[in-house]
Each structure stands twice: as structure tokens, then as C-alpha cells.
Write a protein that binds this ligand. Structure first.
Ligand code: UT7
Length: 336
């Protein structure tokens, strides 16, 4: 924890973690479906109709996950009115860290000048932000931290096989962040996290430090491999079940929700979850058309866009959900 004593301004009664500010960052470079159709055997029509994606942002050469996360963090901190010295902890959800170590959270911490507070990465693939938010929520609720910066940031373009049409059309780069503050007013109501490591080979990167790399392959063999159809089916079921679990645990029904802010992997998956919830698409935040699948960055990117456009208002009930490699999946229900 930071040198500032987290417990020194103790809140009497129950402590909630509330979102005090949001921020996001997308790299400048745009890659359209037509651009991709020049590289692999695909078409704008196929990509749009199967995924809803029109374009994605791609990090510039040398621009890292930490760079994107840092920019998103600055905006979230400005929106929350907190300085680096206020931070008790930084948690970064990412599968594409800058380095093996130090963690991307440590790299961002140093750039922010928040040295001294706790900092760690959470790897839960596309569920990384929901997992990171859950960790931060627990630290705040138990009184060990009062102000936590939670970031979802990815440069998935670095592990995309740009010759493989079944995956390269899906992913994009970006970062989103929130500042959570301890508050006596309701904030995060619950988080539910799940994983099924038995399904690892349906969505994975087959190489790594300990397993080893493939010297004869580009990028050492690092690449996203996915059995899209199987992932699709499993994702829809898992998301339905975690949404039910969340509402039931809070004694709520779908009518109580103001906004669904889902992981942005595929518009068809988002529509299936919304339909099951009986939520009209006007109450679902969709960014997949412009961002593609940014993995751990997708939920905070969508949240920030909805907050800054004035759609998401204070006091509204938001449901976040995500599904990704591992498999991992989870939800967060919160009063914004
Ligand atoms: O964020 C983590 C979680 N990830 C996800 O949730 C992704 C889940 N999966 C999906 O979103 C979808 O399964 C995909 C978008 C990946 C694929 O859509 P699909 O409707 O499941 O297509 P498919 O894999 O069944 O492929 C249908 C056809 C195949 O051709 P044949 O065998 O029918 O002749 C593919 O070879 O489409 C072909 N295809 C393509 N054609 C043009 C696959 N990729 C492409 C492409 N362009 N990019």
C-alpha cells in the first residue's frame, strides 16, 4: 500500500468501491475490413455479417500496452480528480504485457509517479478487466485500499497471425481505465468470476517462456489460435449463466438494469445475451463495430465511451460481463 494510510479516513458503516472516473485511449492507426481484404481471403461483407466489426485500431510500432494503459489512466485520474499520490493500488488486466516482468502495472506506476503503492497485472484474457475490477473491489471493501486504478489494456495485434483469416479480422488494440474510490454510497454490488482451464486449446497462444518458443516460426510461434465456433457456443451459455447468477445473487431482475456493458467480441454474442435478458439494444453499449475485440480493454473502453457521451448517468445500474481464453468469464454489477 502507499505511504498514505488507507485506513486513516475510515468510512463508518459498509464500504463500497465506486467508480470515481473513467478514461480510455485508442491508437491512431485504423485498419478497415477493406484493408484486411487486401491481405487475406476475406471481405467486408463477411466480417460485418459474422462479427459486426467494421474497423479496429492498431498500435504504432514501438507503442506498447503500457503506453496505451498510461494514456487511459491519465484520463480516468483526471475525471476522478485524483493524483498519483492518492493511489493505493494499480491493477492491470492484460494478456499482452510489455515485458514478462516487471508487470505492466509497475511500468505504468513509474510513469505516473505513483511509486510506493501496490501494483500488479491480472491475466484472464478477455475477462481481464472484470477480474481486475473484482480484485480491486475486494481490497477496497476490506479497507486495505481507498483509491485503486484499474486498467484493461492490450496490444493483441502483436500476437495476431496476420495470415490467418479466421482470427486476424477480429482483434484490435486499446485501453480503458477506471478509478475506484471507497465510499459509503453504493458502488460495485457484486462480481462473479469463473474459469474452465479444461477448454484451454479452444482459444490460446501455444508458446511461452516456460513451455518454450518455436524458433522456426515468425514471432517465435506466438499467435492467437481459436476454434471460433466452439468458443461462440460456450461463450453464449457461460454469459447467460453468469448474468442469471448475478441478478439472482442481488435479488434483481433484468428490468432493474439500465445498461448492459458487455465484452465486445462479436455483435451476435452481444445480441444473444441482450435477447436473453430482454434488453433492447438501445440499452446495450456496443463498440465492437469500431474497436473490434480489444480483449481486457473492451469493457472499460465501452464504459468510458458511454459515460463521456452522456448515455451512462450517475445512479444507473450497470452490468458488465466478459468471456475469454482460459476459458475465463465473469460479471460485475454496479451502481454508477
Ligand atoms: O473474446 C474472446 C472470445 N472470443 C469469441 O467470443 C469469438 C467467438 N467466435 C466468433 O465470434 C465466431 O465463431 C467467428 C466470428 C470467429 C467465426 O464466425 P462463424 O460464424 O462461427 O464462422 P465459422 O468459423 O463457422 O466459419 C464459417 C465459414 C468457414 O468456411 P466453410 O468451412 O463454411 O467453407 C470459414 O472458413 O467462414 C469461413 N471464414 C471466413 N470467410 C471469410 C472464416 N473466417 C473468414 C473470414 N473471411 N475472415
Amino acid at each position: 500500500m502507499s505511504e498514505r494510510e488507507p485506513g486513516s479516513h475510515a468510512i463508518s458503516g459498509r464500504i463500497y468501491a465506486r467508480i470515481a472516473g473513467t478514461g480510455s485511449y485508442l491508437p491512431d492507426k485504423l485498419l478497415t475490413n477493406d484493408d484486411l481484404a487486401k491481405q487475406v481471403d476475406t471481405s467486408d461483407e463477411w466480417i460485418r455479417s459474422r462479427t459486426g466489426i467494421r474497423q479496429r485500431h492498431i498500435a504504432a510500432e514501438g507503442q506498447t500496452t503500457g503506453d496505451l494503459g498510461y494514456e487511459a489512466a491519465l484520463k480516468a485520474m483526471e475525471a476522478a480528480g485524483v493524483s498519483a499520490a492518492d493511489l493505493d493500488m494499480i491493477v492491470v488486466g492484460t494478456t499482452t504485457p510489455d515485458l514478462i516482468f516487471p508487470s505492466t502495472a509497475c511500468l505504468i506506476q513509474a510513469r505516473l509517479g505513483a511509486n510506493g503503492c501496490a501494483a500488479m497485472d491480472v491475466n484472464a484474457a478477455c475477462s481481464g478487466f472484470v477480474y481486475a475490477l473484482s480484485v480491486a473491489d475486494k481490497f477496497i471493501r476490506c479497507g486495505d485500499a481507498r483509491t485503486v486504478l484499474v486498467i484493461g489494456a492490450e496490444t493483441l495485434s502483436r500476437i495476431v497471425d496476420w495470415t490467418e483469416r479466421t482470427t486476424c479480422v477480429l482483434f484490435g488494440d486499446g485501453a480503458g481505465a477506471v478509478v475506484l474510490k471507497a465510499d459509503s454510497e453504493t458502488g460495485i454490488l457484486s462480481t462473479h468470476l469463473h474459469a474452465d482451464g479444461g477448454k484451454k486449446e479452444l482459444l490460446w497462444n501455444p508458446v511461452g517462456v516456460s513451455v518454450g518458443f518455436q524458433a522456426d516460426q515468425p514471432n517465435g510461434g506466438a499467435r492467437i489460435k481459436m476454434k471460433g465456433n466452439d468458443v461462440f457456443k460456450y461463450a453464449v451459455k457461460a454469459l447467460d449463466s453468469v448474468v442469471d447468477e448475478t441478478l439472482e445473487a442481488n435479488g434483481l431482475t433484468q428490468q432493474d438494469l439500465d445498461w448492459l456493458i458487455p465484452h465486445q467480441a462479436n455483435l451476435r454474442i452481444i445480441e444473444a445475451t441482450a435477447k436473453r435478458l430482454g434488453m433492447p439494444m438501445e440499452r446495450v453499449v456496443v463498440t465492437v463495430d469500431r474497436h473490434g475485440n480489444t480483449s481486457a480493454a473492451s469493457v472499460p473502453l465501452a464504459l468510458d465511451e458511454a459515460v463521456r457521451s452522456g448515455r451512462v448517468q450517475r445512479g444507473q445500474l450497470l452490468l458488465f460481463e466478459a468471456f475469454g481464453g482460459g476459458f475465463t468469464w465473469g460479471s460485475a454489477l454496479l451502481r454508477y
